[in-house]
Design a protein around this ligand. Structure first.
Ligand code: BG6
Ligand code: MG
Length: 215
């Protein structure tokens, strides 16, 4: 395939905020006294805030009113924001900036495709917004991954055909969203988790465009 654009998930790909989401949800789950593990947390990756809460409630076997759900999601977000406000440009994962520079030097378009409504704030804290030609986040889409909307919209705004886009994702739902958009997907992280991806790399450290093995 000819790569004309690369679309990046944010949490867990550009920055390690996946850990902050986990820690914030853990504060909420601790109140109910059940163990919310990192293994459980994989199910929440790439999923919207409210859908994450639904999964957390299901894991814990907890029932709450819809008013309480709104309150719990807000509380989780406040805890999460405390972590985000501590972020600096040093929190960008190793090799990410070099890889994005390499794409620019090769005239490959770049886009962000994130379910997060906090993406703008994270990009601001880490000074990463200028690396992306388009930014599609949780405020712009109505359907969540594995629905292809977030990546399809990114490609549309870049005016690049879906089949010429490669997505970088750390979440199962995100890999499925890329494939549902008819795009190739590079998994970032463990092959045990992003096993449906077309190729998997542990991260961007030492990753070069020419190394990408996708057909
Ligand atoms: C995704 C994360 O990027 O954003 C999910 O992988 C998170 O874990 C989702 O739930 C929504 O994030 P936010 O910042 O809008 O609560
Ligand atoms: Mg992610």
């Amino acid at each position: 395939m000819t790569i004309l654009a690369c679309l990046f998930d944010l949490d867990g790909v550009i920055v390690d905020t996946a850990r902050f989401h986990y820690l914030a949800w853990k504060v909420i789950s601790n109140r109910w006294g059940f163990e919310f593990t990192e293994h459980h947390n994989e199910r929440l990756k790439g999923i919207s805030r409210m859908d994450s809460l639904e999964i957390l409630l299901e894991i814990g076997g907890i029932t709450v009113t819809s008013k309480d759900k709104t309150q719990l999601a807000n509380e989780k977000n406040q805890i999460y924001l405390e972590y985000i406000m501590q972020m600096t440009p040093e929190d960008v994962l190793p090799g990410v900036r070099n890889f994005l520079h390499e794409l620019r030097n090769n005239f490959i378009k770049t886009g962000l495709g994130s379910a997060s409504k906090n993406a703008g704030l994270i990009l601001e804290r880490t000074e990463m917004a200028s690396f992306f030609d388009v930014i599609v986040d949780g405020n712009l889409v109505t359907k969540v991954k594995p629905d292809p909307e977030v990546f399809a919209l990114g490609a549309k705004l870049l005016r690049i055909n879906n089949k010429n886009c490669v997505v970088f994702e750390d979440a199962v739902a995100g890999v499925q969203a890329a494939h549902n958009a008819g795009m190739k997907c590079i998994g970032i992280g463990s092959p045990l988790i992003v096993r449906e991806a077309d190729a998997v790399y542990p991260g961007f450290d030492n990753l070069r465009l020419k190394d990408l093995c996708i057909n």
